[in-house]
Ligand binder design. Structure first.
Ligand SMILES: [Ca+2]
Ligand SMILES: [Ca+2]
Length: 197
């Protein structure tokens, strides 16, 4: 909305939501007018061409809805996540399967992402945990993410985990609780893949 001094010392208000100004940038602020707007977080078309942007007016965030939802991928920020619970795999095989799908074993770098990942819907029976892309197999106690991002920005171990020393070099996330457990990498478990949106 544009506001400028009008006749009789009254303010004149002008809605910009018309073809008069195709974008609020077209409205030039000057000394006698002020420019106010309620901008959609999707205003600058932050998603790829042809991808629907879903605005969240509460916190100014947005989601690009370009994950293949029919195939079980779910969107969060700029990534897509899928939980695989039907065929369980060792951590290494799970990692490979994710890579075969042009994705990675899911990394988790914030409380929000952790909440999302641990809330992914699954229909698999008895589903309680899944592999994520963290391991200390190369050097005991030195946990690394498969995406190469540095460790330590965020972690969410359950209780006194990691507690399995060199018998447990791969990380599971507990579904719904969201906390992590180090476990033997050879165990066959559900897993979560992540790829760029
Ligand atoms: Ca270990
Ligand atoms: Ca453990």
């Amino acid at each position: 909305m544009a506001v400028s001094p009008g006749n009789n010392k009254l303010f004149c208000c002008d809605l910009l939501a018309s073809d008069k100004y195709s974008s609020s940038k077209s409205f030039q602020e000057n000394a006698t007018s002020h420019h106010f707007s309620i901008m959609s977080p999707c205003f600058n078309n932050p998603c790829r061409s042809g991808v629907t942007c879903k605005p969240n007016y509460n916190d100014g965030s947005y989601e690009c809805e370009d994950c293949d939802t029919k195939d079980g991928w779910h969107s969060f920020n700029l990534a897509c996540y899928k939980i695989f619970g039907e065929v369980k795999m060792s951590w290494n095989n799970a990692r490979q399967h994710c890579e075969d799908l042009n994705s990675i074993l899911a990394t988790v770098h914030s409380p929000d992402e952790n909440e999302f990942v641990s809330s992914l819907p699954t229909t698999a029976a008895g589903f309680t945990y899944a592999w994520i892309g963290a391991s200390d197999a190369v050097s005991e106690g030195s946990w690394v993410w498969v995406d190469g991002k540095s460790w330590g920005g965020y972690e969410n171990w359950y209780g006194n985990n990691p507690n399995g020393v060199d018998h447990a070099n791969c990380a599971l996330i507990y579904i719904s609780y969201g906390q992590w457990d180090d476990a033997p990498c050879s165990l066959t478990r559900p897993y979560i893949c992540k790829k760029n949106a």
